[in-house]
Design a protein around this ligand. Structure first.
Ligand code: GRF
Length: 216
């Protein structure tokens, strides 16, 4: 079976990119990372792509007069590489409505909270402030509204009494690294599909796989 051609958009260290690269190394994995795009030349994730032998390109947002032309450059790079699905992984630019609409249904993101709780930035601080006892991460389709698209997969982690923001972030990140490849696999195997504003999962649904880290 032809593997799904995936592009990963990054701005920084790229640990989620690494988890996707590692998953795609497996011969039976149904997707391949065909392109990595960074808006920053100093993003650590670019070296990860280089080590994996994956084509990479820097599209520096500062070289464009506005969001529209920047997004158009990304769109062109994706089309040139014949990309079927775009994964945002720590990509720190807001995408225009035009771009999101063009790629809707083929554009996913990982967000470090259990959406719809704690949208935006500083999600771990938000979780500590709210006093929640379960926190986590979400893979969702991207829509024009920030962190509001149809949810594809979620993983939960406990919030422990002495957690600092950094400790909690690290626990969530470990879950992200497990969740993103799983969600990508599910999509690539067409075991999840978008229906309106919902993601419908196939009937091999397994609660143990969805709730990754239940607290005792
Ligand atoms: C992750 O926590 C991701 O959920 C968020 O940005 C962070 C990126 O980390 N969107 P990395 O660059 O993948 O290490």
């Amino acid at each position: 079976m032809a593997r799904l051609r995936v592009a990963v958009l990054i701005s920084g260290r790229g640990s989620n990119l690494q988890s996707l690269l590692d998953a795609c190394e497996r011969p039976d994995f149904p997707a391949e990372i065909a392109l990595v795009i960074s808006n920053r030349a100093d993003a650590g994730g670019l070296q990860r792509a280089e080590r994996a032998g994956v084509p990479r390109v820097v599209i520096d947002h500062r070289a464009y007069p506005d969001r529209e032309t920047f997004d158009a450059a990304i769109d062109r790079a994706l089309r040139d590489a014949d990309i079927a699905l775009v994964c945002l992984a720590g990509f720190m630019r807001l995408l225009t409505k035009a771009f999101v609409t063009t790629w809707q249904g083929r554009l996913i993101n990982i967000h470090p909270s259990l959406l719809p709780s704690f949208k935006g930035m500083h999600t771990h601080a938000q979780a500590l402030e709210a006093g929640v006892k379960i926190h986590g991460c979400t893979v969702h389709f991207v829509t024009p509204d920030l962190d509001a698209g149809p949810i594809l997969a979620q993983a939960a982690v406990p919030v422990c009494p002495d957690d600092t923001e950094a400790v909690l972030a690290a626990r969530v990140l470990t879950a992200e690294h497990r969740l993103y490849p799983q969600a990508l696999k599910r999509l690539a195997e067409k075991r999840a599909r978008l229906e309106g504003d919902r993601v419908i999962l196939d009937d091999d649904f397994n609660a143990d796989q969805i709730l990754l880290n239940p607290a005792d």
